[in-house]
Design a protein around this ligand. Sequence first.
Ligand code: TYC
Length: 124
Amino acid sequence: MLNIALTSQLWKLPSLPMATETERDGSVVLEREKELAKPPMYQVVMLNDDYTPMDFVVSVLVQVFQKTPAEAESIMLKVHYEGRGVCGVYPYDIAETRIEMVHQLARSREHPLKCVMEPVFSDS
Ligand code: TYC
């Protein structure tokens, strides 16, 4: 657990310094650019089940993921017909919190609605 916590914070360290050359009075100065790396991103994926009412799923997507009712209905139908659908892409802690909110709302109404988190790999 501690390992996971530490590993998930590593992106906050400055990325390896990049050296740039600047000439001053005939000498070469090496400057270090320190940049914060972008945080790893995670998609929140909603899963289909046979029991959660469609209007409840739409209301969760509006409440938790700030979707418009039309966007929420489109995501709900995608999940219903294809088994899964992306609700949004966030840094780890935000993705985790939103999933917990979905599960809490679902539990409170005794629906089996579930979301999972998946890393998004980007090359930049
Ligand atoms: N399949 C559900 C039904 O027929 C609706 C549903 C949609 C459930 C999306 C979950 O993530 C979900 N009532």
